[in-house]
Design a protein around this ligand. Structure first.
Ligand code: CP
Ligand code: NVA
Length: 310
């Protein structure tokens, strides 16, 4: 018997082409509009999403669970400590078993290699719900949010201030696929690694020592926590290293007058962002968080049902 074709996964943003991302953004808008009109859309009836969380979550958990329910399916939530993973069951075996029982899997874990090992043994699509290296669902929602407020992101400039982390690396992938620039300002020792981020070249990336320079002329300013999940032991050292990297009104004033501010959340006011910015008029963080729901519904539709054209 011929073996089934390998499923399509979403492990990194660059797993999808520009054409596929544009399709997802169009479907996000369509799904969101229907949802806002209280019109039922249930292409995932009788389908099941398994969610595996090895790290904490608010937005990812709620948006995937609510999203799959709204699409007519159900979600099963698996925290590491409730499963045999915590007693050493190999991730490959977990993948083989879970993927015989459900239609799609979302995993939040530490190393990207764990996600890749799961995907290599899965019969169904696997979604990256955040790893130490990437957070592609976040950037799907972020780019969609930019487009919703300002139109195409092509040719624009995104300023990233703070840690050169998983979210920053995913912005770099987005810049290469969707053709925009990213200005990155990090303290020494916390730079983003363009090669590890999988970039073909560094032509979309400009690195600045001073965050004020990174923000100059930007269309979007964005940041994230100074200490990501899994790096808590470095927290005090990071607090010292990141002094001067708080996005405040003076930094926003360097950007274009109509620049937006985004943060994937959770945020720490008075650390990576000043309250005057995150709670100010340029901030779109609540739209950004809401759009996780709509963008991931489009992603689930695409991975489970294939391309649906209205
Ligand atoms: N932005 C984000 O992924 O939030 P959670 O950690 O709450 O899921
Ligand atoms: N960079 C953060 C994002 C949280 C959504 C982390 O990995 O903890």
């Amino acid at each position: 018997m011929a073996s089934a074709p390998a499923p399509k996964h979403f492990l990194e943003l660059r797993d999808f082409s520009r054409e596929e991302l544009d399709h997802l953004f169009a479907r996000t808008r369509w799904i969101k509009d229907r949802f806002k009109r209280y019109e039922t859309y249930q292409p995932l009836r009788d389908r099941t999403l398994a969610m595996v969380f090895e790290k904490a979550s608010t937005r990812t958990r709620v948006s995937f669970e609510a999203g799959v329910n709204q699409l007519g399916g159900i979600a099963i939530n698996l925290n590491r400590h409730d499963t045999q993973l915590s007693r050493g069951e190999p991730i490959e075996d977990v993948a083989r078993v879970i993927s015989r029982m459900v239609d799609v899997v979302m995993i939040r874990t530490f190393e990207q290699s764990v996600l890749e090992r799961f995907a290599a043994h899965s019969r169904v699509p696997v979604i990256n719900g955040l790893t130490n290296q990437f957070h592609p669902c976040q950037i799907l929602a972020d780019v969609y949010t930019y487009v919703e407020h300002r139109g195409s992101i092509a040719g624009r400039t995104v300023a990233w201030v703070g840690d050169g982390n998983n979210v920053c690396a995913t912005w770099l992938q987005a810049a290469e696929i969707l053709d925009f620039r990213v200005h990155v300002a990090t303290p020494k020792g916390y730079e983003v690694d363009a090669r590890a981020a999988g970039l073909k070249d560094a032509s979309r990336l400009a690195v600045f020592a001073d965050p004020m320079d990174a923000c100059r002329g930007a269309d979007l300013v964005t940041t994230d926590v100074w200490t990501s999940m899994g790096f808590e032991a470095e927290s005090e050292e990071r607090m010292r290293a990141f002094a001067g990297f708080e996005v405040d009104a003076a930094m926003m004033a360097q950007a274009k007058p109509d620049a937006l501010f985004m943060h994937c959340l959770p945020a720490h006011r008075g650390e990576e962002v000043a309250a005057e910015v995150i709670d100010g008029p340029q901030s779109v963080v609540w739209d950004e968080a809401e759009n996780r729901l709509h963008a991931q519904k489009a992603l689930l539709e695409y991975l489970v049902c294939g391309r649906v054209d209205p």
